[in-house]
Design a protein around this ligand. Structure first.
Ligand SMILES: Cc1ncc(COP(=O)(O)O)c(C=O)c1O
Length: 500
């Protein structure tokens, strides 16, 4: 097992028994030297098992996205035990090749205490925390580059434009888009979905036309479609899920007919963690000549995304759910779809020429970016994606899967606890309800132990009502969480269950 990942001029310090850069950062953050070498994500992988005819479990994450993270917590192959926990200080594994201790040292907020306990941040589906690299990049922007973006006017305008457009190129390559011109800056997934609905889909609709959604959707992927349906007389159709919370593809198929104009579907459910069979959803829609938008708000930080390989027509995600700033996100669109779409908002930056009689618009993406954008946060998002890429989504997915498996095993043992969302393909989310303990009591009880989770309807009322619920307690993991934190969560929930 390698003890370090940092190479200097082709040398691996670990080969000489020396700590690498990341180890030094972790040591500086107070993790004892004796806790290296530790673990790699592969140390925790279950034995390969058969799933839909695919071997899963020890595969590199190169299978199609639909099959990629199929190592479900509900898979009978039990993963190896997580590492033993020292009192107070935990021996930490690696995420891919990166020591988790080094990752945690990058996130200043993880050193906070809450109610006298170390903060355990398990509200990652609501928002993630930001690493120092993102915070510093935004500061650097304001200290050295701040200007409106209009290349050629002066030096700071050039710096600012370069940084903004470099970040756009980073987004494009992060999600496998063919060009930065496919990437439109938006406030987040919500604005991206509204943009796709208003700019591309609304002009297509006539009374009686149909838009297909799935039962898994967040309100952000329901309400924009409802608005344009009400305005045009179009109708929403909904693909159902089974009792595990997975989309029933055979029922989805049946929803298509001559009036189907568009599909919009979550890649990952924020309430249940279900990974939708997105490749199938896309290929079924395309076989019927219908375009599809993928809501990647909950997938981009957990699964490798390749919009070109997926053949998605549109894809949206939010910066704040992938370790970047709030108020920034991206909408990817295929070039021909963006060409067809009408402008979303009117104003400066998006025009070629304006008179009182008519306006000529610029090409995408400028056509959809009226007004001054959120430049600093776009640059911060670029830094966040570089950070995630430096760790690698394959390693992140494998590591987070182990946390999810551990959490599922531990919570499932607690009497009176019902896990909500038990699909074979899941990521990050551990939604549950506890007999005799209200959502509010659970959230407060966990907070009093330093553990932050979301409790409520998670802006996904239709899918919770499908399970007869108005809300759940929702811990959700990210790659900076530790096996010890999952143990602490399970211990706290056991105590709450016992105090009924
Ligand atoms: C699946 C999904 N879609 C869309 C959104 C909306 O994201 P934002 O509030 O960042 O625009 C969320 C937020 O939780 C989500 O989970």
């Amino acid at each position: 097992m390698s003890t370090t990942t940092t190479r200097f001029a082709g040398l691996d310090p670990g080969e000489f028994g020396l700590p690498g850069e990341q180890e030094l950062a972790a040591l500086a953050a107070g993790y004892p030297a004796a806790e290296y070498p530790r673990y790699s994500a592969t140390d925790f992988r279950p034995e390969p098992t058969e799933f839909f005819g695919f071997k899963t479990g020890n595969e590199p994450y190169s299978l199609p996205a639909f099959f990629t993270p199929t190592v479900s917590p509900f898979n009978p192959a039990a993963p190896a035990r997580p590492p033993a926990q020292a009192a107070g200080r935990e021996a930490l594994p690696r995420v891919g090749d990166t020591p988790l201790s080094a990752i945690r040292a990058d996130f200043p907020i993880l050193s906070e205490t809450v109610e006298g306990h170390p903060l355990i941040w398990l509200d990652n589906s609501a928002t993630t925390q930001r690493p120092r690299q993102v915070i510093d990049r935004i500061s650097r922007y304001y200290e050295h580059e701040n200007s409106n973006v209009h290349r050629g006017a002066h030096t700071l305008a050039d710096r600012s434009t370069d940084a903004y457009e470099k970040a756009r190129a980073t987004v494009a390559s992060f999600i496998g888009a063919p060009s930065p011109d496919n990437i439109i800056w938006v406030r987040g997934a919500t604005e991206g979905l509204n943009l796709a609905a208003q700019a591309y889909v609304r002009p297509l609709l006539r009374a009686g036309d149909e838009i297909i959604l799935t039962h898994l959707e967040h309100h952000a992927n329901i309400v924009p479609w409802q608005i344009i349906a009400q305005e045009t007389g179009a109708v929403l159709r909904v693909a159902p899920v089974d009792d595990s919370g997975q989309i029933i593809v055979s029922e989805y198929l049946k929803l298509f007919n001559r009036k189907t104009r568009f599909v919009s579907a979550a890649h990952v459910s924020n309430a249940l963690g279900t990974i939708a069979p997105i490749e199938e959803l896309i290929s079924v829609a395309h076989a019927r000549g219908v375009r599809i938008c993928v809501d990647g708000a909950q997938s981009a930080s957990h699964l490798p995304i390749d919009v070109a390989a997926l053949d998605a027509d549109f894809f949206v995600f939010s910066g704040h759910k992938i370790y970047g700033p709030t108020g920034i996100g991206a909408l990817y669109g295929k070039a021909d779809a963006l060409e067809e779409a009408a402008p979303y908002q009117g104003g400066g930056n998006m025009i070629e020429d304006v008179s009182f009689e008519r306006t000529l618009y610029r090409q995408a993406p400028a056509k959809f970016e009226a007004g001054t954008g959120n430049i600093a946060d776009a640059v911060g998002l670029g830094a966040a994606l570089d950070y995630v890429s430096s760790i690698g989504l394959a390693g992140i997915a494998a590591y987070e899967h182990e946390l999810l498996s551990q959490g599922t095993r531990e919570l499932a043992k607690i009497p009176g606890l019902r896990l909500v969302g038990t699909a074979a393909q899941k990521t990050s989310v551990l939604s549950f309800v506890l007999n005799g303990v209200s959502l509010e009591q659970a959230a407060k009880g966990l907070n009093s132990r330093g553990i932050a989770v979301r409790a409520g309807h998670h802006c996904a009322q239709p899918i919770l009502r499908r399970f007869g619920l108005e809300g759940t307690v929702r811990p959700s993991v990210a790659f900076y969480n530790t096996p010890g934190e999952i143990e602490a969560l399970a211990r706290a929930v056991r105590e709450l269950a016992g105090s009924r």
